[in-house]
Design a protein around this ligand. Structure first.
Ligand SMILES: [Zn+2]
Ligand SMILES: [Zn+2]
Length: 173
């Protein structure tokens, strides 16, 4: 554990981000540095809002838009991984210090369950080999209902809130 941490000391990550910004002609502002520091303090899966709250707790007056714009840069830079890809519910996690794993996302309560599977890695490698494709990462996700939600409301029983909205809109028109 400590070994992994040593490989990704905050100084190294800060330097990597600084270089990344420079390479892309983006200004390395104090706000961006504070955002990186806040993100390094967060654990597990988190949203932009949590980074924003932490910044405010530390008394840093960083704008919401800046946080929302900076997190994708940290993904591109390789420091973060994006776990949920919906624009409004984007979730992130550290791209370092943890073994490779994939996610199951509950469509109803939003719970994210992690799993690690050798089978996924093998399948990925096998398909890539067949296509002579050099893989640097993969995105493999399950969407559905977590066990609690599936007990509370079986899949077919209730439409999703968004679907209900859509059908209402339809009948009104
Ligand atoms: Zn659920
Ligand atoms: Zn995860």
């Amino acid at each position: 554990m400590d070994e992994l941490h040593n490989l990704h000391r905050p100084e190294d990550l800060r330097q990597a981000f600084r270089k990344y910004l420079k390479r892309h002609g983006i200004k390395h502002t104090v706000a961006r540095r504070k955002i990186l520091d806040a993100v390094l303090e967060l654990h597990g899966h988190f949203e932009a809002e949590q980074a924003l709250n932490l910044l405010h707790e530390h008394g840093h007056n960083v704008g919401k838009a800046t946080v929302y714009r900076t997190l994708p840069l940290l993904v591109d830079c390789g420091i973060l991984k994006q776990v949920r890809f919906e624009v409004k519910q984007a979730h992130y996690e550290h791209a370092f210090g943890e073994g490779p794993h994939d996610h199951m996302i509950c469509r109803r309560c939003g719970r994210i369950t992690e799993f690690a599977s050798e089978d996924v890695l093998e399948l990925c490698a096998r398909i890539a080999r067949r296509h002579h494709f050099h893989v640097t990462g993969h995105r493999f996700q399950f969407f559905g209902l977590c066990w609690e939600c599936s007990i509370r409301c079986p899949v077919a029983a209730l439409p999703l809130p968004s679907e209900t909205e859509a059908s209402h809109r339809h009948t009104r028109e």
